[in-house]
Design a binder for this molecule. Structure first.
Ligand code: PDD
Length: 283
């Protein structure tokens, strides 16, 4: 049984009902966040709230996400996830319920808030050490990828290309540059230095991305936030993806071609080991 949050109430998932006129349903008019919890403690909640505030402002949805911390904690409690080593909480805010029109409802209607929580299943160490496989896909998203919009069709289609190819991830390529994954950010290692696409309107400003850059700083690993040509990924020593539901995932093959010597490299291993010890201590 899963308990969800819907507009102020905790309900069994099977009891939760959303109007067909919810603008999230008919227009994908809303934003969302996914936040990790380690040992029941929300990880970097302020950054997630700040990013949601940024998205709500971009979409001109009048809603204060400050209240979302207690909602997320409530979902962890209601689902018995407080003692779970790792879990995640999803929360979305839509423009609310009104007969379908493209322009905003006038007068405005209350925003719709929906959330759920689930345990996070980290791949076993042996599996992680085998590395994962990605495919590249053209980045056909809109030019506001910095907004965590619930409209995810290009991401869905990209991920299905990966799944159909037996790969774990899809990497978006825009104008020849490797931007990010369908639901994670991308890093490549060249001669011990990390490279990742700079923050812009073309990528999501990942909370895990920021955390990994911080970890690299602590470990004395240099980071360059710069455009990475997709063709250079094949010359990288290591490639990995980062995200709330990805943590740090090593990529050993892209489009069927081996990266480095195919084994999970030392920089990725050091970062993940630091990552795990820091989240266990609930950063
Ligand atoms: N996705 N890039 C994209 C396109 C994403 O959708 C995500 C997160 C990230 C990583 O951001 P963060 O480190 O803040 O999780 C990067 C979430 C987890 C999802 O869609 O389920």
């Amino acid at each position: 049984m899963s308990v969800v949050y819907l507009n102020g109430e905790h309900l069994d998932e099977s009891e939760a009902r959303v109007s067909v006129n919810d603008r999230g349903f008919v227009l994908a008019d809303g934003v969302y966040e996914v936040t990790s919890a380690y040992g029941g403690r929300l990880f970097r909640l302020e950054q997630h709230v700040a990013r949601m505030r940024h998205g709500l402002a971009a979409l001109r949805i009048d809603y204060d996400p400050a209240a979302l911390g207690p909602v997320k904690t409530g979902l962890l409690e209601a689902n018995g996830l407080v003692d779970e080593p790792a879990s995640y909480v999803y929360l979305q805010v839509t423009r609310g319920v009104a007969p379908r029109t493209h322009a905003f409802p006038s007068p405005p209607v209350p925003a719709g808030v929906y959330g759920f929580a689930r345990p996070y299943r980290r791949p076993p160490k042996e599996r992680w050490l085998e590395g994962f496989e990605a495919v590249t896909v053209p980045d056909q998203r809109w030019a506001r990828a910095d907004v965590k919009a619930i409209a995810l069709l290009p991401n869905v289609l990209a991920q299905q290309v990966a799944t159909d190819a037996g790969a774990s991830d899809a990497i978006f390529v825009r104008d020849g540059m490797a931007m990010e994954g369908s639901h994670n950010n991308l890093f490549a290692v060249f001669g011990g230095t990390l490279a990742t696409a700079p923050k812009s309107n073309y990528i999501l400003h990942g909370v895990t991305r920021d955390f990994v850059i911080e970890l690299a700083g602590r470990l004395g690993i240099e980071v360059e936030e710069r455009a990475v040509p997709a063709a250079d990924l094949f010359k990288a020593d290591e490639v990995f993806l980062t995200g709330t539901t990805t943590e740090i995932r090593p990529i050993g093959k892209i489009d069927g071609r081996r990266i480095g010597d195919g084994a999970v490299g030392p920089v990725t291993r050091r970062l993940f080991s630091e990552f795990l010890s820091r989240v266990a201590a609930a950063d």
